[in-house]
Design a protein around this ligand. Structure first.
Ligand SMILES: [Zn+2]
Length: 293
């Protein structure tokens, strides 16, 4: 059990799942969890869900998410404690643990999972493997592609299969927030279309407030909010699009954090950790203003 899971069991009554995703890893203990069904602060909504580290090399995303968990659990700031108590949070700091480990031990630029994809090649892109418009845009069927192989079929990867099954089991999911790096922008659904979702204007407004809160921390400006198709490139088969389309989750975002070639100095993690904390505070402050909860 990792220390946050342990701290959660011993000291906190927050409904929180800290959970390294996956069920088939040979040598890593996955599935640490802390689940207090008494409901923590008694939020009306069953949760806010976020996945981080789905792309192995994007190291700043597990780091900032872990930082955010610590903020939720220990901050004395009334805004943060209120944010904590208002919802049932599910936070997944590392949803591609095999790839993450491989990026530490063998190949710093590794992005995919570590499943066997052909005789000589490994891994599929776990953010091109979800069952919505699979392989339609920005993904390849070449199992040896270094970056964006979508897998042999939707949900071929145990990481996406188990995470999607878990998310589907949640009722009344208010928000889904994914973290990537390092394009420094905020993305709304859909990532593979320039057509806008029905609450697009709300998502833009909420996203702008989120970015304003974040900018106040270090003066860093993000691009967006907007769709990936308009700001970055079209990409199908990602987690945010699947959640929005299949579950109708009203608030769905992907944050692209900062960095250079996926590098960020460890002694400056707190900068982005504080930014992310404030961005999420801004997000839910504006969403409340607009009547989402
Ligand atoms: Zn990514």
């Amino acid at each position: 059990m990792n220390k946050y899971g342990l701290a959660c069991f011993l000291a906190y009554r927050l409904l929180l799942l800290v959970f390294a995703n996956g069920s088939g890893s040979k040598d890593r203990d996955v599935g640490d969890e802390c689940d207090d069904d008494d409901g923590g602060g008694g939020g009306d909504h069953d949760g806010d869900e976020g996945d981080e580290g789905i792309h192995a090399r994007e190291w700043i995303t597990p780091a900032t998410t872990t930082y955010f968990i610590n903020q939720l659990l220990t901050s004395q700031d009334a805004n943060i404690t209120r944010l904590r108590d208002r919802f049932d949070w599910r936070i997944f700091p590392t949803v591609n643990p095999d790839g993450y480990t491989y990026s530490f031990n063998r190949d710093r630029m590794w992005r995919k999972t570590r499943s066997r994809s052909s005789m000589f090649c490994y891994g599929a892109d776990p953010n091109r493997n979800w069952d919505y418009n699979w392989l339609k845009h920005g993904a390849t069927s070449n199992p040896c592609d270094y970056q964006t192989y979508g897998g042999p079929k939707p949900f071929s990867e145990k990481e996406t299969r188990s995470l999607s099954a878990y998310i589907s089991s949640l009722e009344n999911l208010l928000a889904y927030i994914a973290f990537h790096s390092d394009a420094q922008m905020l993305l709304t659904p859909y990532s593979d279309s320039v057509e806008h979702v029905d609450n697009y204007n709300d998502l833009i407004r909420i996203g702008k407030t989120s970015l304003e809160y974040g900018e106040r921390v270090n003066g860093e400006k993000y691009d967006g909010p907007g769709t990936a198709a308009e700001l970055l490139y079209k990409a199908s088969g990602g987690s945010m699009d699947w959640v929005r389309n299949k579950l109708g989750t009203p608030i769905a975002y992907t944050y692209e954090l900062r960095g250079t070639y996926f590098h960020w100095p460890p002694n400056r993690i707190h900068e982005q950790g504080d930014e992310v904390t404030q961005m999420l505070l801004g997000l839910f402050t504006e969403a409340e203003q607009l009547g989402y909860f």
